[in-house]
Design a binder for this molecule. Structure first.
Ligand SMILES: Nc1ncnc2c1ncn2[C@@H]1O[C@H](COP(=O)(O)OP(=O)(O)O)[C@@H](O)[C@H]1O
Ligand SMILES: [Mg+2]
Length: 235
C-alpha cells in the first residue's frame, strides 16, 4: 500500500479545563482521497484540521503527514512543514488586503525561497487556471467572495502541497459561488490532489469528496467511503 498522506493515531486535544475538543481520533488518509469532515458547530472539526496543519499541538497521540511527525515539530519546523506540505483555505479567505492578488498568491513561494520571477510565473498560471487572471493586479478587497476564495485556493496550491486542507471554504459564500468552489475542489481532486475539507454543507461534501468522516463531541463517530469509490478500490 502507498504511504498515507495523513496518519493520526489516538490524537487528543483539550483546551484548559474544558471537555476535550478532540478525543482519541484515529484517521488514515491515502494519496488522492478527498475527505469531508462533517459535524455540528463546536464538535472539533477545526481542532482536527489545525492539528493536521501543525497550527496546534495534540496533548496525546501521533500525527504523521507525508512522512513528517507533525506532533514533534518545534515552531520553526512547523512553519517549514506548513510551507512545504500544507495548503490551507479558510472560511474568511485570510488574504492580505494590502497586497495585490499576485503578491498574495506568491507569498508562500517567496517564504520558501523561490525567486520572484519563477513565483510570479507560477502564480500567473494558477490564476489563469482558476479563471481569475484578470484580477492579478487588483487588491483582494475589490473582489467578490467567490473570487477571493479562488485567490486563496491559488495561494494554497502555490508550493504544490501534498495535502490541501479547507475549513468551511464555502461558509461565507452565496450558493452559486459555493458551488464554484466545490467544483474547483472536485477538479483538483480529479487531478490527484489529496483534500480534507471541513464543512456543514452536505452538497459540498457529496460533490467534491468520496469519503465522509463525522465528528461529534470531539470523537470520530463515522467514516464512510462512498460506494462507487469502495467498489473501484476492490477491483
Ligand atoms: N483556542 C481555543 N481555546 C479554548 N477552547 C477552544 C479553542 N478552540 C476551540 N475550542 C473549543 O473546542 C471545541 C471544538 O472547537 P472547534 O474545533 O473549533 O469546533 P468546530 O470547528 O467543529 O466548530 C469547542 O468546544 C470550542 O469552544
Ligand atoms: Mg470550525
Amino acid at each position: 500500500m502507498t504511504r498515507p498522506v495523513i496518519e493520526l493515531r489516538e490524537v487528543s486535544r483539550r483546551y484548559d479545563d474544558a471537555l476535550p475538543a478532540l478525543q482519541e481520533a484515529s484517521l488514515i488518509v491515502r494519496p488522492g482521497e478527498a475527505v469531508a469532515v462533517l459535524g455540528p458547530s463546536g464538535s472539533g472539526k477545526s481542532t482536527l484540521l489545525n492539528l493536521i496543519a501543525g497550527l496546534d499541538r495534540p496533548d496525546a497521540g501521533s500525527i504523521t503527514v507525508d512522512g513528517v511527525r507533525v506532533d514533534r515539530l518545534g515552531e520553526a519546523g512547523a512553519a517549514r512543514y506548513r510551507r512545504s506540505k500544507i495548503g490551507m483555505v479558510f472560511q474568511f479567505f485570510n488574504l492580505l488586503d494590502d497586497l495585490t492578488v499576485t503578491d498574495n498568491v506568491i507569498l508562500p513561494a517567496r517564504l520558501a525561497g523561490m525567486a520572484r520571477g519563477d513565483a510570479a510565473r507560477r502564480a500567473a498560471q494558477l490564476l489563469e487556471t482558476l479563471g481569475i487572471d484578470r484580477h492579478a493586479h487588483a487588491h483582494p478587497g475589490r473582489l467578490s467572495g467567490g473570487e477571493r476564495q479562488r485567490v486563496a485556493v491559488a495561494r494554497a496550491l502555490m508550493n504544490r502541497p501534498p495535502l490541501l486542507l479547507a475549513d468551511e471554504p464555502t461558509g461565507a459564500l452565496d450558493t452559486a459561488a459555493g458551488q464554484d468552489v466545490s467544483r474547483l475542489l472536485a477538479e483538483l481532486n480529479a487531478e490527484g490532489q489529496t483534500i480534507v475539507v471541513v464543512t456543514h454543507d452536505l452538497a459540498l461534501a457529496r460533490s467534491c469528496t468520496n469519503r465522509t468522516v463525522r465528528i461529534a463531541d470531539g470523537r470520530i463517530t463515522e467514516d464512510l467511503v462512498s460506494p462507487a469509490v469502495a467498489s473501484e478500490a476492490v477491483r
